[in-house]
Design a protein around this ligand. Structure first.
Ligand SMILES: Cc1cc2nc3c(=O)[nH]c(=O)nc-3n(C[C@H](O)[C@H](O)[C@H](O)COP(=O)(O)OP(=O)(O)OC[C@H]3O[C@@H](n4cnc5c(N)ncnc54)[C@H](O)[C@@H]3O)c2cc1C
Length: 498
């Protein structure tokens, strides 16, 4: 274990992508291998020394930013196992600091794919699992959770926990974990409001009949340090084309998305359309992109982007199906871009990534933070939620854009305040949106997590009782309350459970 106490070295670990600037720590501990971690955590627990786990530090909710104590950086635990499996099932075991881009590339070189696709590829698999990260292809393949087959983790007590999916039992709502020490850890499943969305990164996972493994996914480092992950790999599709469909009318785009939405998780070998992703940009997003992409049709008011996987046998049929579908939806050919060749696909990726980059440039120029939402609602509530966004934003005269994962009813509203008063107004609006999303059965964070920045939002979603439930679960795993303090719930809920 390497220990650094030089403030200059520590300073480099006090930042992630959240812009949160209030981190501090006494030291950094960097284990050389995972067997270093148990003794370190056991000693930290005895001394009640807070420990904050750092992965790739690309998080946007300040989860890895310490509030004192020691940073545990897993950066040296970055080994990938060989791709394993048989004709039908493939998997790979990775240490937590393996970067997403490396895993994707190793899978690709074996003719396979790791399906989860968060935009930021320098994030680590440990971070991806701890935040249950997701991306565009979540529409077809689900979030990170659905690709985790097993985990090894070390508890704050220093005890090791090995979990395989479907190997631990949940009886009478009791989560039961057999630890390597021989002890059995038992903990009642947190009683939380049931959500009607598939995609959720807010607080602990809890469903009747859940696999106990799932509690560890999306726990934001508050329950254990993940030291090894077994991940499912899938056969890589032989080909993918991307469609960019521009609409002169917003409601036409929303109607089209509504028709496509049920096709996302169609597990059956549907001979028709099976989009892997379904994304949206509003007219303000398109306006921001026009200077760099002047071919965007001048009268376009909205854009839907879909990706379609194909084989050599069905490529023509799928192209024809999309053409028929879009013609029936009233979209003329000249409002459709098709990216099929590798060079076009690269341009398509650049187009998608240009939007967050353009937003970040504006944020840097204005020197005021953007206010970006991460709410998702059930499909039947989507139209209502969208109406609330549009009406409230129009009434506010705030500069804004709306884009994101329309397939999963998960759009990001980005407000770009021009002064402090607008910043306050945007934050108030975000709270209103969060209340509405919860009222409609949705989540306050579908993708980015709660971390240290969104406690108020989680409280709206699960209430004080829900926060107490989560704090109770944390105490079962981490009796000295040392791991990732400040993440998910405010400190006072931990103190209450002492
Ligand atoms: C430009 C950009 C685009 C992004 N796009 C997406 C996106 O599309 N989808 C998405 O979901 N997110 C996205 N993110 C957010 C971020 O990339 C993800 O949250 C990612 O999962 C964080 O991984 P990390 O390794 O950087 O974790 P960190 O930021 O280091 O940590 C995140 C949390 O996980 C905990 N943690 C990390 N490793 C472990 C471990 N081994 N054991 C226990 N806890 C651990 C940390 O303590 C912290 O609480 C984006 C970020 C950026 C900057």
């Amino acid at each position: 274990m390497h220990i650094h106490t030089d403030p200059a070295v520590i300073a480099g670990y006090l930042e992630d992508a959240s812009g949160f600037i209030h981190g501090w720590a006494k030291r950094i501990a960097i284990p050389e291998n995972d067997s270093d971690i148990g003794g370190f955590l056991e000693s930290a627990s005895r001394q009640h020394e807070p420990v904050t786990v750092a992965g790739g530090r690309t998080g946007v909710a300040a989860g890895c930013i310490p509030q004192g104590g020691t940073i545990l950086s897993l950066e040296r635990l970055a080994t990938l196992g060989p791709v394993a499996g048989n004709d039908h099932n493939h998997w790979i075991e990775v240490q937590p600091a393996v970067r997403l881009e490396e895993l994707k590339s190793v899978a690709r070189s074996s003719g396979l794919m790791y399906a989860p696709d968060p935009t930021e590829r320098t994030g680590t698999l440990g971070g991806n699992v701890a935040t249950n990260a997701s991306g565009g292809q979540c529409f077809k393949y689900g979030t990170t959770r659905e690709h985790v087959l097993g985990l090894e983790a070390v508890l704050a007590t220093g005890e090791k926990l090995c979990l395989e999916r479907a190997c631990h039992t949940l009886a009478d709502d009791l989560l039961r974990y057999r630890l390597a020490s021989g002890r059995t850890l038992e903990c009642r499943r947190p009683q939380l409001p049931l959500l009607r969305v598939d995609k959720n990164a807010a607080g602990y996972y809890s469903r009747p009949g859940m696999d106990p493994l799932d509690l560890l996914i999306g726990m934001d480092g508050t329950l254990a340090v993940i030291t090894r992950i077994k991940l499912r790999l899938l056969p890589a599709p032989p080909g993918v084309f991307s469609l960019f469909v521009f609409f002169p009318d917003l409601s036409q785009a929303l109607d089209c998305a509504k028709l496509l939405r049920p096709l996302g998780r169609a597990a059956s070998p549907n001979p028709g359309l099976t989009p892997a992703s379904l994304e949206f940009m509003d007219s303000n997003s398109l306006r921001l992109l026009r200077p760099a992409f002047p071919l965007i049709p001048g009268h376009a008011q909205a854009l839907l982007m879909a990706e379609q996987e194909f084989t050599q046998e069905n490529e023509e049929a799928l192209l024809a199906s999309w053409q028929d579908f879009l013609a029936a939806a009233g979209v003329p050919d000249n409002m459709i871009w098709l990216a099929q060749a590798p060079s076009d696909r690269k341009r398509a990726r650049d187009f998608r990534h240009a939007l967050p980059e353009a937003v970040n440039t504006l944020v840097r120029q204005s020197k005021l933070p953007k206010v970006g939402t991460d709410l998702a609602v059930p499909p039947e509530a989507f139209a209502g939620m969208f109406r609330v966004y549009v009406q409230s934003l129009q009434a506010s005269s705030l500069e804004h854009l709306i884009f994101g994962h329309i397939g999963e009813c998960h759009l990001h509203v980005n407000v770009l305040p021009r002064n402090e008063a607008e910043l306050l107004q945007a934050k108030a609006l975000y709270l209103d949106f969060a209340r509405e999303a919860v009222r409609l059965g949705g989540t306050v964070s579908a993708e980015h997590g709660i971390g240290k920045l969104k406690h108020d939002f989680l409280k709206i979603m699960v209430g004080e009782d829900g926060l107490r439930e989560m704090a109770r679960v944390k105490r079962c795993f981490d009796p000295s309350l040392i791991l990732n303090r400040g993440n998910i719930f405010p400190e006072e809920y931990l103190e209450e459970t002492r």
